[in-house]
Design a protein around this ligand. Structure first.
Ligand code: COA
Length: 298
């Protein structure tokens, strides 16, 4: 799909995207690149990174792939330094790396719970912490703010509660909290904006393949998919572009939900026609005989 944004809105910017080798992270990298940014993508698997970098370069995007694990502080500091050395600066950090699988609490060991928090929450914090010195200087010369931007990819699972996702819900709740705290502290002290994006179900992503696996497609998930359109990685990348561009320069500390309203969804328990035809009838009746007051007293 064509982007509605001008092709130069991120001209001269350097973005670093964890989990940039696939899914949402890849599309954010691609769209940032198509709008003028150079991108460094980070992931654990070399062959995934190499394929992603070739795809980006084939579209004329300046891209490098750096192998590392966001759970390891030494990896974080090494790859950020490599990206800085390669491109000469760093303006945007996208924390997209995440871990997920379905498991009920009975079958989720404390170590499995911790593993996801380590990737999503501690990983987001570690990368942000290690990137601070670069981001402080990153945006200099833009004329709008002196600091860079951190963009945390979150979820909507924890707004209510989600089956088989206790680990990810806890992890993303922490990510949202990190977003707000860093927005307060680094927004005030360094003019660094820190925002999040909470995607709904997005088609063709590793997350969807794990959360709605073909092997487990129940009637419930089929109904759910019929009721709600799946988003595209493009939708998330457009939100990221808005937040990264000058159009989003006054947005700080927010997590933007990009899910087509999915998290608000509830089963429709009364048909619309019934409401149209019977709501006033019910109202009239209830005025004549209010519930709870004996009719002898009316
Ligand atoms: N159900 C229950 N527990 C599971 C599990 C599952 N499907 N998959 C892994 N675990 C448990 C392991 O048993 C282990 O716990 P234990 O030591 O008590 O046995 C713990 O989780 C860590 O697993 P391990 O395979 O050692 O971790 P890893 O670092 O190799 O992989 C994951 C991390 C499990 C999060 C893996 O799914 C991953 O690498 N994910 C990244 C990609 C991804 O999920 N993308 C989607 C983003 S939305």
């Amino acid at each position: 799909m064509e982007s509605p944004f001008r092709a130069d809105i991120l001209r001269g910017q350097v973005a670093f995207v964890t989990g940039g080798g696939s899914g949402i992270g890849f599309e954010i990298s691609r769209q940032f690149g198509k709008h003028g940014a150079s991108v460094a993508i980070m992931g654990r698997r070399r062959h995934v990174l190499d394929a992603a970098v070739s795809a980006l370069q084939s579209e004329g995007i300046q891209a490098i792939g750096l192998a590392g694990d966001v759970r390891k502080r030494e990896d974080a500091s090494r790859v950020l330094e490599e990206a800085f050395k390669h491109f000469g600066k760093l303006d945007i950090l996208v924390n997209g790396a995440a871990g997920n699988f379905l498991a009920s609490p009975e079958d989720l060991s404390p170590n499995a719970f911790r593993t996801v928090l380590d990737i999503d929450s501690v990983g987001t914090y570690t990368m942000s912490h290690e990137a601070l010195n670069y981001l402080k200087k990153g945006g200099q010369g833009k004329g709008l703010s002196t600091g860079g931007l951190i963009l945390n990819i979150s979820a909507t699972l924890h707004y209510t509660a989600s089956w088989y996702q206790i680990h990810v819900s806890a992890a993303k709740a922490a990510v949202d909290s990190i977003t707000r705290s860093l927005a307060l502290e680094w927004g005030t002290d360094y003019d660094i904006r820190v925002n999040g994006i909470a995607p709904g179900p997005i088609q063709d992503t590793p997350g969807m393949r794990k959360l709605v696996p073909a092997e487990m497609q129940s009637d419930v998930s089929r109904d759910d998919r019929l009721l709600h359109k799946l988003g595209k990685t493009w939708d998330i990348a457009m939100a990221a572009l808005y937040l990264a561009s000058d159009a989003g320069k006054f947005v700080n500390g927010t997590t933007m939900i990009v899910d087509g309203g999915h998290w608000l969804s509830q089963p429709r328990y009364i048909a619309k026609e019934d409401v149209k035809n019977l709501s006033r009838v019910v109202e009239k009746k209830s005025r004549k005989s209010p519930v709870g007051i004996p009719s002898s007293k009316l």
